[in-house]
Ligand binder design. Sequence first.
Ligand code: NAG
Ligand code: NAG
Ligand code: NAG
Ligand code: NAG
Length: 275
Amino acid sequence: MQFIIIFTIFLGAFCLQANAAPNNSFDAYYSYLWGGDHFSINSERTEVQLKFDNFSGAGFNSKSNYGSGLFHIKMKIPTNKSGGIVPNFYLMGLPVGGDASKPHFEIDFEFMGSTGRLQTNVYNNDTGGREQRFQLWFDPSADYHTYEILWNPSNIQFLVDDIPIRVFKNNIPGVTYPNVPMHVEASIWNAQFAGSVDWSKSPFFTYYTDFGFYGCPIQGDDIAVCASDNYFWNKYKELNTAQKEKMALYRKKYMTYDYCAQPAKTKTECAYNNV
Ligand SMILES: *[C@@H]1O[C@H](CO)[C@@H](O)[C@H](O)[C@H]1NC(C)=O
Ligand SMILES: *[C@@H]1O[C@H](CO)[C@@H](O)[C@H](O)[C@H]1NC(C)=O
Ligand SMILES: *[C@@H]1O[C@H](CO)[C@@H](O)[C@H](O)[C@H]1NC(C)=O
Ligand SMILES: *[C@@H]1O[C@H](CO)[C@@H](O)[C@H](O)[C@H]1NC(C)=O
């Protein structure tokens, strides 16, 4: 028993080393974006608190743009229950401080209020309307959980605590795929799609930690330089069989809204991504 534990720890350490464990300091990847005193960080620079009230929200973003990557963060949403507030973690297809006239791409995790409903969305060349929502199987305000986005030349995968809940594939005939440099953003704000805010519960606090992630940073516009399988995350070309089974199970049990199930909105990719 002891031997097995020691061996496992050793193996774990080795794997991390092989993938160059990311630095978990906020400053290694991110910087403050907006919100004044509604943004705060601990002295070790390893945990961020964002506050939302009727005065402001707050947010931060990655310092670099990326051409592919495996992006994750741990977050804890507000304990005070309300609709309307939107704690989030997402990839944004504009350069940092960028040109808003360019077509818009986004790969999103957005909470719809603080009751545990999580929305995923893919904005593709200015068109959204690709929401899939999940009632999470745990209370996301009680503890930290991991929200992860894989984005590579083969597919996009959304994972919660390592459980895949959604896939969006590349190379579907007639369907655009996010193919511009992306940066990471996280914030708390409010939006109509999430309901209305119960201001009597204000202020709302959301927390982030575990800032390190894997990505291929780029300067220019050509993400092809990040397509090589030398980046380990590009080798995840599709879910394996066990993951596919798990995803099907979790989608069946926990998905509360699927744009693909709305007749008026059916999009070409639905036939490919939901299998
Ligand atoms: C992690 O990043 C921080 C901020 O950039 C830096 O000060 C620190 O030295 C880094 N730690 C390691 C182990 O590289
Ligand atoms: C915001 O909420 C506080 C506390 O409830 C209240 O005193 C203040 O008037 C509100 N401000 C605005 C701009 O609504
Ligand atoms: C985005 O849409 C515009 C206008 O519909 C089109 O001209 C352009 O080629 C599209 N870009 C990509 C990357 O698909
Ligand atoms: C909201 O929650 C925070 C703790 O996260 C608490 O300090 C604050 O008083 C709460 N507001 C209300 C109205 O309960």
